[in-house]
Design a protein around this ligand. Sequence first.
Ligand code: SF4
Length: 393
Amino acid sequence: MTPAKNTVFFATAKQSWLGAEETLPCKLDLILERLNIRERVKGERVAVKMHLGGHVGYSTIHPVFVRRVVKAVLDGGGKPFVTDTSGAVATAYERGYTHETLGCPIYPAAGPDEKHFYTHKRPYKNVREWGLAGEIQEATFLVDLAHIKGHPSCSYGGAIKNLALGTMIAATRSAMHDTNHYDPYWFPEKCPDKSVMDAIIKSCPFGALVRDKNDAARLHLHAEPCNQCMRCLKVAPPGSLKIDPITFRSFMEACAVSTKVCLDTFDREKTAFINIANQMTAVCDCFGFTGPAILNDLGILGSNDIVAIEQATLDLLAPFKIIAENVSSVFELRPDGPHPFAQVHGPFKNPYIAVEECEKLGLGSRAYEIVDVLPYKDNRAIANAPYVSVAEL
Ligand code: SF4
């Protein structure tokens, strides 16, 4: 039986005692059981979509976890394959992902040259059509196995982003990033003095403003490094430059549309979502390196509802404190960010936006019920008696 759609199964990273069953790989097994994966995949061609990282990154989902998902699918009589974009797959073996370590083949989602895809027409701003990877569309069951981390475009990457970007071909991914430039933010007629443009560019401590490569009279805003500090607006003549929420929101709305395009190719009973919230770094796994974790490990969540799992993941992380000493000096922490990830990337990159948009598109519900598969027990009570210091001996 498939559990209620908006149930979110949760396993904490905290250990009640020092046993393997108290650690995340074994707790992942409990989540896979509660999601009834084995009972649901018989005869299915199962795409396990994950981010295989790049170059020397080592904080993507460890093969120990992937193998357990693959084993559950094999146990149930499904035909699993792990999949990601062609570039990540080509070098996956360098980061420990092989058929031998995972237990199933690894395929580039749109083929080695990104030529195997299906076109879906669903205009959103500058994105006229969406190139959905062929291996995803042709699969009959999808396991969205996502690593939680920060992201410079939308502050947070999880189940939605894993599908929104990771199941689309490069041309679509590029168009999605360009949605940041669809709504105008530079009004050259309000800044006739070109030397002032240089002063505006210089005012940004993050290098987010440059001259447009096709038109030197225009300013180009790199949305990724911009944390909306507004220093540039102190220099720009009134009305010449906008740092507006819509610039940042567009990418997150595009992610919701992309996720809808992907999930609409599956029967909803044939999708499952797993978020692994450990080793959470400031930026995406596609950067090709791993920085220090900026949040303590949370654990693992599993659900059949992509909206519920993303809402629950963000809600559980919301009270976490950023580990400030682990944040690179290229960032400026913003206490006004609506979520820890937005404190790193800026308040307009509110990670709840994509979740809300996915709900509006009918992909699930932000109302959820958490079921803790192995609740944490605080065993410190047994040590309540004061300890004896060595000086007293
Ligand atoms: S708002 Fe701040 S980070 Fe963004 S472009 Fe302006 S100065 Fe740079």
